[in-house]
Design a binder for this molecule. Structure first.
Ligand code: GLN
Length: 292
């Protein structure tokens, strides 16, 4: 290699920044480099192919101020999704802010489960508790255009993000209400209730890695089951006969959640694994009362 090539190229700059982020925030180099490249592509308005093609250009040719600000946020440990302001989920891109949990691939199993229970040709009412970014409610609404989806969240800031996502993605069949769990839908019944509630236990060491996300979306009491207990116990008051409830839960909570479903009178209880093979969702159906 020629020592005369002292010019810092865009590629040099990206790789150097990735090393600096790893040194400051930890993480794996390849994944961090990909994150830095994404920020460069977003701020310089380059497609991945164009970014690759231009990596040999001198860095000085680019206005990297906004990009440098983003890299500083990554180096401070902020998740890429918050820095970019978006996260893909189930084939669509959702706006995210630190007011909402970042949609996880794990949650796609909950969506798949809901879609499996909602035939495309049939009208159905769906309730999403603690909608956050709206990723579950909006995906279900867009995949099942005959469904009427109600999405609740206690946080007005989260609801703003969810409503923005519904508008951007063109979901007209979803309404948003501010509500602490079922409060705003008293007396209303649905065919299907879905929830990805907080389920991490207070003091779980895993929370250290999630410090940038809203605690109210993550933590639920000393065993992580406080909100699941509340939701499962009250769901039957909000389900049509034969209606289904499905909830996401922690990898080690399946037995406890199945038991909550049993106590609440759900039949056909089933545990479903996520894409990584961890216990992640419990679904149950409310028995249709037999008239005598
Ligand atoms: N699955 C999330 C995690 O990373 C937690 C999400 C939740 O509490 N609903 O731990």
């Amino acid at each position: 290699m020629s020592t005369a090539a002292a010019v810092t190229t865009l590629g040099d700059r990206l790789r150097g920044d990735a090393h600096r982020v790893v040194a400051a925030a930890g993480g794996e180099f390849a994944e961090t480099l990909r994150a830095v490249q994404r920020l460069g592509e977003a701020r310089l308005r380059l497609s991945p192919a164009a970014r690759i093609a231009r990596e040999r250009d001198p860095a000085a040719m680019f206005d990297l101020d906004a990009y440098a600000g983003d890299v500083a946020r990554l180096a401070a440990g902020e998740p890429l999704a918050y820095v970019l302001g978006e996260q893909p989920f189930h084939d669509r891109v959702f706006v995210v802010t630190p007011d909402v949990l970042i949609p996880r691939p794990d949650t796609e199993v909950l969506v798949t489960c809901a879609l499996g229970r909602l035939p495309p040709h049939r009208e159905a009412t769906v309730l999403d508790l603690g909608t956050g970014s709206g990723c579950i409610a909006i995906t279900v609404a867009l995949e099942r255009l005959r469904a009427q989806v109600t999405a609740l969240d206690a946080s007005p800031e989260a609801l703003r993000v969810a409503m923005l996502n519904a508008e951007r993605l063109g979901a007209g069949n979803v309404r948003f209400l501010r509500s602490h769990w079922f409060e705003a839908v008293s007396g209303q019944r649905f065919d299907c209730i879905v929830a990805n509630p907080p389920y991490v236990a207070t003091g779980d060491p895993h929370l250290a890695d999630l410090g940038h996300e809203p605690v109210s979306a993550l933590v639920a009491g000393s065993d992580g089951l406080a909100d699941l207990r509340h939701i499962v116990a009250r769901a039957s008051d909000h389900l049509e006969p034969g209606g289904v409830l499905m909830v996401e839960h922690g990898f080690d909570q399946r037995d406890a959640v199945l038991e909550l479903f049993r106590e609440a009178g759900f039949t056909d209880r089933q545990g479903i694994d996520d894409l990584a093979g961890r216990a992640r969702v419990v679904v149950g159906q409310l028995a249709v009362p037999v008239s005598t």
